[in-house]
Ligand binder design. Structure first.
Ligand SMILES: Nc1ncnc2c1ncn2[C@@H]1O[C@H](COP(=O)(O)OP(=O)(O)O)[C@@H](O)[C@H]1O
Ligand SMILES: [Mg+2]
Length: 219
């Protein structure tokens, strides 16, 4: 794959969207071609599935329905957007990807990692991020940030509405994943300043950028 696939993970309010956007802006300033996208979501079909997944009226959604909707969204996203971009040498920055499935549907909703591995491999075609940043912080702080930002006309979404215990399991799930894949998954302190986190992210990917793009005059 000619491009670079960078993902951001972590609990609600940890700063994923903030950092993913900052990184995309910085790399564009440096003349890299960047696709900034998110999960669930991306292409129009996946965005429709996102609406279903996040709709807080659907409290009856079963965890199996939920995981298959995530996988449906992911397969369309991977095939329609992510793989073609990577093949063209574009840097893909994705706000959540499959690690979230292990944390939310695995660690928190207790679907086995073996089952998730199986369906996830089908949905991604085996694609893995080159590097993943997990922004870690206490659940109470993340959720209070989300509350502060909430649009009163919409309220919080279906996943954000889960209880503290659920989000605690999600946080632990991400930390456990990071321990099992130390090369790929970098845990950063989500309570650091926005600029400090951004600087750390840039320093983690700088060598990767040099290696991947050294002969290609994208910049
Ligand atoms: N490092 C940080 N310190 C303090 N506040 C932050 C930090 N990063 C993000 N925020 C704020 O916290 C809120 C949630 O951030 P966001 O990037 O939307 O999180 P996520 O996408 O992980 O849910 C936003 O209001 C954002 O401005
Ligand atoms: Mg976000």
């Amino acid at each position: 794959m000619k491009g670079l696939f960078i993902t951001f993970e972590g609990i609600e309010g940890c700063g994923k969207t903030t950092q993913a956007k900052l990184l995309a802006e910085e790399l564009r300033i440096q003349d890299y071609k960047v696709l900034f996208t998110r999960e669930p979501g991306g292409p129009r079909i996946s965005e429709k599935i996102r609406d279903l997944l996040l709709n807080k009226e659907f409290t009856e959604m079963h965890r199996l329905t939920e995981i298959f909707l995530y996988m449906a969204s992911r397969s369309q996203h991977t095939i329609e957007w992510i793989l073609p971009a990577l093949k063209k040498g574009i840097i893909v920055i994705c706000d959540r990807y499959y690690d979230s499935t292990y944390a939310y549907q695995g660690a928190a909703r207790e679907i086995s990692y073996k089952d998730i591995d199986f369906i996830n491999k089908i949905a991604t075609g085996g694609l893995k991020p080159d590097i993943t940043f997990v922004l870690d912080l206490p659940v109470e702080i993340g959720l209070s940030r989300v509350q502060k930002d909430v649009d009163p006309s919409k309220g919080i979404d279906r996943l954000e509405s889960e209880n503290i215990n659920f989000h605690q399991k999600v946080r632990e799930g991400f930390l456990e994943l990071a321990k099992s894949e130390k090369e790929r998954i970098i845990v950063l302190d989500g309570q650091d300043k926005v600029e400090t986190i951004h600087y750390k992210i840039m320093s983690h990917i700088s060598q990767m950028l040099k290696n991947r793009f050294k002969n290609k005059k994208m910049r």
